[in-house]
Design a protein around this ligand. Structure first.
Ligand code: ZN
Ligand code: ZN
Ligand code: ZN
Length: 372
């Protein structure tokens, strides 16, 4: 079991977030329930409701969180609460009027991507000259650089996903529905210590050509290529890995060829990881390998995404993302080729940036796995 985060961890994170906001030219941050609030305070309301909860970070005031009065005892119980000033509003009052004094009426704030439109519009009505920008655009690095405790959790989640893959190789595929193999993946992820399963993609045959196919009623057949992409949360941090397998030893030449191209793309992108390289460069080098092999138009998905308290988060490894890699960042490298009506191939590892390069948090073999 990793060590629990302390009030000092949360106080440091809030101080760093406030500094980054200032550097980004913002007056501060408005953080609503979800992964940003959990990261900064350890607080997760019991249920996400229509009542406004918001943490306001700004350089000229101590971190302040406004909560519904009836949820105040819950908020007080959060690990980060001693580092916060709490204020509340009662049912029947206008929460936006109550929050107004916390914000600069002429300021500009980063606001959580997941803030409800209800709340953002309410704040805008109360403070018509205050501007808001989504945190993905304003501060994509807010949660991106992981400390050692977070890295330990992400590595453990990756190792559990790897155990899941090793075990799934020995379950029967031919003659069973995708949903049955997906249920095996769920069971194994939980057995290996996950508390939550976010996705279990089993894309057999033509279903593999849809990167976001989950699992359906199709019965898997001998000779199918199957994309397996699964992950969830273990001790609060995410796993996400993909391997492509073949049902039976005799994979057709084109499946072998495409798999080898994707393997090389994944390896080339991994070898490009080092501090100072732009996120879009990771996408470009993977894409160049696949394009040179003639499959560029079938690589329809970005190359990767950040991972941490959630299984998908900024910054993204995609054309246009100029943010540079920093030691401690964790993200997926998941090139793929998706041939409509035929099959798909994807290989995905979570990688962390070290001082000199990259380190994989998924370590199962990259060859085309064989299942029965
Ligand atoms: Zn995707
Ligand atoms: Zn994935
Ligand atoms: Zn992924």
């Amino acid at each position: 079991m990793p060590q629990a985060f302390t009030v000092h961890d949360y106080a440091d994170r809030m101080a760093r977030a406030t500094e980054s906001a200032t550097r980004a030219g913002l007056s501060g941050l408005v953080v609503t329930p979800g992964p940003d609030l959990l990261y900064l305070t350890g607080y997760q309301p019991v249920a996400l409701t229509e009542r406004l909860t918001a943490l306001v970070l700004a350089p000229d005031r101590p971190p302040t969180m406004i909560v519904p009065r009836l949820e105040r005892p819950d908020a007080q119980g959060a690990t980060g609460a001693p580092a916060l000033t709490l204020t509340d509003w009662a049912d029947g009052a206008d929460p936006y009027q109550a929050a107004g004094p916390l914000l600069d009426p002429a300021g500009s704030y980063g606001i959580s991507d997941s803030a409800w439109a209800l709340h953002l519009l309410g704040l805008q009505e109360t403070l018509p000259s205050t501007r808001f920008r989504p945190l993905t655009r304003a501060l994509p690095m807010l949660r991106a650089v992981k400390d050692d405790d977070e890295l330990e959790r992400l590595a453990a989640a990756g190792a559990a996903a790897d155990e899941t893959f090793r075990s799934i190789l020995s379950v029967p595929f031919a003659g069973r529905r995708e949903t049955e193999v997906a249920a095996d993946l769920t069971r194994l992820l939980l057995e290996y210590g996950h508390s939550q399963v976010d996705f279990t993609v089993v894309g057999s045959g033509p279903n593999g050509a849809n990167p976001h196919h989950e699992a359906g009623e199709r019965v898997i057949r001998q000779g199918d290529t199957v994309v397996l992409d699964f992950g969830g949360l273990k001790d609060g941090y995410g796993s996400d890995t993909t391997r492509t397998v073949h049902v039976g030893e005799q994979a057709p030449d084109e499946v072998r060829k495409v798999h080898e191209v994707v393997r090389r793309a994944q390896q080339t992108a991994f070898e490009a990881v080092r501090p100072g390289v732009a996120c879009q460069e990771i996408d470009r080098v993977a894409r160049a390998v696949i394009t040179d092999a003639g499959y560029g138009e079938y690589f329809i998905h970005r190359t990767g995404h950040g991972i941490g308290l959630t299984t998908h988060e900024p910054p993204y490894m995609v054309e246009g993302e100029e943010q540079t890699l920093v030691p401690g960042m964790c993200f997926s490298i998941e090139p793929g080729v998706y041939l409509p009506g035929r099959f798909g191939v994807r290989i995905e590892d979570i990688v962390t940036v070290t001082d000199t390069g990259g380190r994989r948090l998924n370590n199962t073999p990259h060859d085309l796995g064989v299942v029965a």
